[in-house]
Ligand binder design. Structure first.
Ligand code: GDP
Ligand code: IMO
Ligand code: MG
Length: 425
């Protein structure tokens, strides 16, 4: 057996949560492999809506176990809130026993968040546009070999270890930013949340995942963010601090590359980005406003308006190459209904040259998109349940994308609900 990997191909918010939920019934284990509570994964079914930040999107199926993998970073306070909201909605994960946490996952401290905020504030206009969840500083401590891990919370000297790291952060806050925050309340909240985390099974997740594979069970790795936010290959420095591409699933769960099966890449029928950084196909006009309004393009985690634009094929091809994507999922096709013409960027004009790839420096020299005009469709897609009812013009858009990208579009999403999903192949 192999691990299937599901990930975002754009700048995040492609609809990963919804699609993982749709696919979960067919898997024994859903495992998040990177990122932290910067993610906001939205699921809708039976008239209810849930936004998950740290918890994998397979929790609503009885026979599916969910793992927060070692590549994820956990803010105990956010996780406690997430668990509380789910419990209030009738999903007590402690009772259901369907969530386990990797001992090797790193912890986000309140001081990591303060460092994130102070750093962004100091950068002013040039800021990353971080979600301010402490992502950068926590991964810095991980690679800097100073971090605290979930497994440490059971050690007798955990409080001292915590204090040592928090003191280092406080010294940095003072020296670099002149800040001397009072942490009494946040520290108490942090340790209350740690007490809750201790009640969940803390596991050697690399063994758990590999044993599942040996037993012939089905595993789906759930990515967060998107390829263009990858720390190595994204629009650096306007990226997040983890590998969001398929390789991240190997290090983030402890699986060998040869054990990766299908790689399922998700993209919107158009494109969005939240936060700073280059976005070649961005529409700073009425059409962009329309896409934001119809697509409800506001961040699931921060509520910030998302920047909107047309689909970017050089960026998508790059993302497909980086992760070896074998199946595509197109979401939010319904949002484009009613547009007379839609546009797909097939090439860039970059320094006077027509190119079809993502150049090295897109931050100081933003490539200018070259578009193909495509006829739009007018039919409302949200009630379609049969592939034969897909409008001909949408069908040609999909055919065009498949030909350009060289990978089949296996699923088409036509609304936020679990049921609004069509299997094309
Ligand atoms: P994720 O971070 O990739 O899981 O995506 P988000 O949840 O942040 O953002 C996707 C948004 O689009 C959510 O509000 C979803 O409920 C919604 N959504 C997902 N698929 C569709 C779709 O096919 N059509 C529409 N209209 N909304 C969708
Ligand atoms: P999901 O999983 C969209 C963006 C932030 C910012 C940059 C760095 O819901 O798709 P960070 O908080 O990581 O320091 O922010 O990355 N970003 C996301 N954008 N969806 C996400 O997650 C994101 N997670 C981070 O807006 O530009
Ligand atoms: Mg999101």
């Amino acid at each position: 057996m192999a691990v299937d990997v599901l990930l975002g191909l754009q700048w995040g918010d492609e609809g990963k949560g919804k699609i993982v939920d749709v696919l979960s019934a067919g898997y024994d284990l859903i495992a998040r492999f990177q990122g932290g509570p910067n993610a906001g994964h939205t699921l809708e079914f039976d008239g209810k809506k849930f936004v998950l930040n740290t918890i994998p999107s397979g929790i609503f199926f009885e026979n599916t176990l969910n793992l927060i993998g070692n590549g994820v970073i956990i803010d105990p306070i956010t996780l406690k809130k997430e668990l509380g909201k789910l419990k209030d909605a009738g999903h007590d994960l402690l009772e259901k026993q369907n969530l386990v946490i990797a001992k090797k996952a790193h912890l986000i401290l309140p001081t990591h968040q303060l460092l994130d905020a102070a750093s962004e504030k100091k950068m002013g206009e040039g800021k990353i546009g971080s979600t301010l969840k402490g992502i950068g500083p926590t991964y810095m401590d991980k690679t800097g070999r100073n971090g605290l891990r979930v497994g440490d919370i059971t050690l007798p000297d955990f409080k001292e270890r915590y204090q040592k790291l928090a003191d280092k952060h406080l010294a940095m806050l003072q020296a670099l930013y002149g800040e001397t925050p009072d942490l009494t309340e946040r520290t108490a909240e942090f340790f209350a949340a740690i007490d809750l985390i201790k009640k969940f099974p803390l596991v050697d997740s690399e063994h758990l995942v590999n044993n599942y594979l040996k037993e012939g069970k089905k595993v789906l790795a759930e990515g967060a963010q998107g390829a263009m936010l990858d720390i190595d290959f994204g629009s650096y420095p306007f990226v997040t601090s983890s590998n969001t591409t398929a390789a991240g699933a190997c290090t983030g769960l402890g699986i060998a590359p040869r054990n990766v099966g299908e790689v399922i890449g998700i993209f919107k029928a158009y494109c969005t980005r939240v936060g700073g950084g280059p976005f070649p196909t961005e529409l700073n006009n009425e059409t962009g406003e329309e896409l934001r309004r119809i697509g409800h393009e506001f961040g699931a985690t921060t509520g910030r308006p998302r920047r909107t634009g047309w689909i970017d094929l050089p960026a998508l091809k790059y993302a497909i190459m980086l992760s070896g994507v074998s199946q595509l999922v197109m979401t939010k096709a319904d949002v484009l209904s009613g547009f007379e013409k839609i546009y797909a960027c097939t090439h860039y004009n970059y320094l006077g040259e027509k190119i079809d790839y993502m150049p090295y420096d897109i931050c100081s020299i933003t490539p200018e998109p070259i578009y193909k005009e495509i006829d739009g469709w007018h039919e409302d897609l949200t009630g379609i349940t049969e592939v034969s009812k897909i409008p001909a013009k949408l069908k040609s858009y999909i055919d065009f994308l498949e030909a350009e990208l060289g990978v089949p579009v296996k699923y088409l999403s036509v609304g936020p609900d679990r049921k609004q999903t069509l299997v094309l192949h």
